[in-house]
Write a protein of this length. Structure first.
Length: 245
């Protein structure tokens, strides 16, 4: 009987949602649609279905299988920009720059970037501000917390709140684990970015320390899965374009 009970409890732990809020809120959907229109008018995006976009979308879809139940449809957009950045606008829309796709060393690092953006969605960060006074065009659903910093991404304002970044990282770790990617890729990427001099949104001051704490005691995965064909095609296309410049 005891063994049965333990098994049931374990099962409950395994299937219980790892994030507090999964549903989109009305304000999130509305704001994302407005911002998406703005971005499409103002930013140079890669066409849908090209190899670079497909490679990133493939990784998002692979991770997305492990967020089933959230009702989210994940959509990755690639910005023609050499800066290192990744951000979200809510309602499943994630933006990655070409600079970021060139920078990631392997598929696991790209998965870490995308899973972090999933984390912001799954934590409900895009709904939070709707409950607070006003919304001023933040990309991450920030709400003007004291510790948050703001930066410009084109005509939009990005908010980086260390507390929300940590929450996104915590959820990302769970999604990466489920999808078979080693969450330590997030730390490796953050460490390399810390030395790159870039000012990407998730490169907040103590991110490396926060990730080290989150991943403390976690053994390195014994065998890293090989990069997918889609990821390799994406990298090859970017290299070819770079060579032609
Ligand atoms: Zn973030």
């Amino acid at each position: 009987m005891n063994r049965l009970l333990t098994a049931a409890l374990l099962w409950l732990c395994l299937v219980s949602p790892a994030w507090a809020q999964t549903a989109r809120c009305e304000a999130e959907v509305r704001r994302a649609a407005t911002t998406l229109g703005q971005i499409h008018r103002q930013w140079p995006l890669r066409p849908t279905g090209d190899r670079v976009e497909q490679g990133a979308q493939y990784v998002a879809a692979r991770l997305g299988r492990y967020t089933a139940g959230s009702g989210r449809i994940w959509r990755v957009h690639i910005v023609r920009d050499s800066k290192l950045n990744a951000f979200s606008i809510g309602d499943g829309h994630i933006f990655l720059t070409e600079g970021m796709l060139r920078f990631v060393a392997n598929e696991g690092e790209l998965a870490a970037v995308i899973a972090h953006e999933f984390g912001h969605h799954l934590a409900g960060h895009f709904c939070t501000s709707a409950r607070k006074r006003g919304f001023w065009g933040g990309l991450f659903g920030g709400s003007g917390e004291e510790n948050a910093t703001r930066s410009r991404v084109g005509a939009l304002t990005a908010i980086v709140d260390p507390e929300k970044e940590r929450e996104a990282d915590r959820i990302a770790t769970i999604v990466l684990d489920r999808a078979g990617y080693d969450p330590r890729h997030a730390l490796e990427l953050a460490m390399r970015m810390a030395h790159s001099g870039s000012a990407a949104h998730f490169q907040y001051r103590h991110r490396v320390e926060a990730l080290q704490e989150l991943l403390a005691g976690r053994p390195r995965a014994s065998r890293a899965p090989a990069d997918s064909q889609e990821f390799r095609e994406m990298k090859r296309t970017l290299w070819q374009e770079e060579a032609l410049r």
